[in-house]
Design a protein around this ligand. Structure first.
Ligand code: ZN
Length: 258
């Protein structure tokens, strides 16, 4: 190889560009992570960039899921809001996610049973609670307005979070208050699941189940992962440190470390 060509080739390889038999190859895309949270983050990055990978929904896929059963890799407890469909925002396909949706991503006995089924019978290794910006259920709880029908029962799950945020962050008002309650409500739901379910606690403590919490940003399409205070506390009162200590985004962890 002539010196100039050699320098060029070395430079290209150093820049991450493969050179094979004189032909240049495009930089290789990052491999899809195999670890559950990494898979969700990878899928969400694709979604936010508008580069969704197609997910198979053909007859063979459906046949395999029917005959071999489901093996989802994550449980996602999310709001029923039409703008936050977990399969879409994480770019996952049939059989990938075990989704429990209810307005305000709260937990009650029935959805706790669904979570326990996924943990104990399907051995799902990751539990995600996903809130989202501009959540109507959280806004209703923050407003304290009179609500009709069954809504008061739902909002009652979020009211203790509002009270706590009022007490710990009395300076927060308006959107900043709502944003904080949305974050703390995710932590509260995770904490409640942990406290109320001996099955979940057992799998978590054996290291067979991991927890993650995030807030989906409606406009950006990105999930901001929350820093969690682990290990969780199984006593009836929530551990004060799990609520964070001040406002702003300091509660967010780097994307790879929920
Ligand atoms: Zn919502």
């Amino acid at each position: 190889m002539k010196p100039l060509v050699k320098v060029l080739a070395v430079g290209l390889v150093a820049a991450g560009v493969g050179v094979v038999a004189g032909r240049m190859l495009a930089p290789q895309p990052k491999p899809i992570p195999t670890e559950p949270l990494g898979r969700l983050q990878y899928g969400n990055d694709l979604f936010a960039q508008g580069k969704l990978l197609p997910q198979p929904v053909d007859e063979m896929t459906r046949y395999k899921l029917e005959t071999e059963g489901q093996k989802p890799f994550a449980i996602v407890v999310s709001c029923a809001d039409s703008r936050v469909p977990p399969e879409l925002i994480f770019n996952q396909g049939l059989g990938d996610l075990f989704v429990v949706r209810v307005a305000g991503n709260i937990v009650n006995a029935e959805n706790l049973a669904s979570i326990e089924y996924a943990v104990e019978h399907l051995k799902v290794p990751l539990l995600v609670v996903l809130g989202h910006t501009h959540c109507g259920a959280v806004k209703a709880a923050v407003s304290g307005k009179h609500l009709k029908g069954h809504l008061p029962q739902l909002v009652a799950h979020i009211e203790p979070v509002v009270k706590r945020v009022h007490a710990t962050h009395p300076h927060l008002k308006g959107d900043a208050l709502t944003e904080r309650v949305i974050q703390e409500n995710v932590r509260h739901t995770l904490q409640t699941i942990y406290q109320r379910s001996a099955i979940v606690r057992s799998y978590y403590e054996q290291g067979k189940l991991k927890f993650a919490g995030g807030v989906y940003q409606l406009r950006e399409g990105k999930v901001e992962w929350l820093k969690l205070s682990e290990p969780f506390d199984s006593s009836p009162e929530e551990h004060p440190s799990s609520t964070g200590s001040s406002g702003g985004h300091e509660g967010y962890a780097p994307a790879s470390h929920p």
